[in-house]
Ligand binder design. Structure first.
Ligand SMILES: Nc1ncnc2c1ncn2[C@@H]1O[C@H](COP(=O)(O)OP(=O)(O)OP(=O)(O)O)[C@@H](O)[C@H]1O
Length: 234
């Protein structure tokens, strides 16, 4: 059931990224590396926003290399709160469930209520973004990806704009949900503290080279020279 990147090569302009690694289901993994090293490019390939020139991507031994983003077992959360402000949170989650019509089917209302309860927003379905605090908005954005019930969750610095306490709260919430749902989560972050808090394992990206997951504590206690220089300046 692993997520496997087999000799993946991607090109973005003059930039090349190479990745060959396997991620166990249910793993929580931080992705760290200097600015421009290729962290977002890596997530884009897994999400299907960018096609590799070479190599294959597998989930549970199924080749998903050429699948459209919507057909992949993957959801992604960015820093932008990806919710329509003129709709209620319930309507936003309905759209995430049924992107074409946005119309709720029989079980959708209870699915939405369940997901909102999981992120600590029980009863918030009728609210709009403007009626919610920053922390609540982050929870709603997380609910929007969770409602899709995909087994792989990619987080591209989604909580970077939050203060440290709120950010920790969100990381702990994602940990709790990931454990309960056996989600495989990759978190891009510039902060080694996030990696330590959230991710038993870490992937280092260095100038387009993606390294296999390593134990986060061991890696940060004794970083290789390139990572040490980056962390020193972080
Ligand atoms: N469409 C593009 N055309 C040309 N170059 C690109 C394109 N997209 C990304 N790049 C280059 O690819 C490299 C990797 O970018 P990427 O966004 O993956 O880095 P990152 O590690 O996520 O950086 P940051 O931490 O600053 O977000 C960068 O050098 C970037 O300039």
């Amino acid at each position: 059931m692993a997520l496997r990147l087999e000799d993946i090569h991607v090109r973005a302009g003059t930039f090349d990224l190479h990745a060959s690694l396997s991620i166990e289901p249910g793993a929580r993994i931080a992705v760290i590396g200097a600015s421009g090293s290729g962290k977002s490019t890596l997530l884009d390939v897994i999400a299907g926003f960018r096609m590799p020139e070479r190599g294959r991507l597998y989930w549970a031994e199924r080749d998903i290399t050429r699948l459209a983003p919507a057909d992949r077992p993957v959801s992604i959360l960015f820093q932008d709160i990806n919710l329509f402000p003129h709709l209620t949170i319930g309507q936003n989650l309905g759209l995430a469930l049924n992107p074409v019509t946005g119309r709720l089917r029989n079980d959708d209302a209870s699915t939405i209520e369940n997901v909102l309860a999981k992120v600590g927003l029980a009863g918030f379905a009728p609210r709009r973004l403007s009626e919610m605090s920053g922390g609540q908005q982050s929870r709603a954005a997380l609910a929007r990806v969770l409602v899709q019930a995909r087994p792989v969750l990619l987080l591209d610095e989604p909580f970077a704009a939050l203060g440290p306490a709120l950010k920790d709260e969100m990381l702990d919430l994602v940990t709790e949900v990931a454990r309960a749902e056996n989600l495989t989560v990759l978190l891009v972050s510039h902060d080694p503290k996030d990696a330590l808090r959230f991710a038993p394992q870490t992937i280092v990206v260095d100038d387009g080279q993606v390294f296999a997951p390593q134990d986060t504590r061991t890696l940060l206690d004794n970083p290789p020279p390139g990572l040490k220089a980056y962390l020193g300046g972080a």
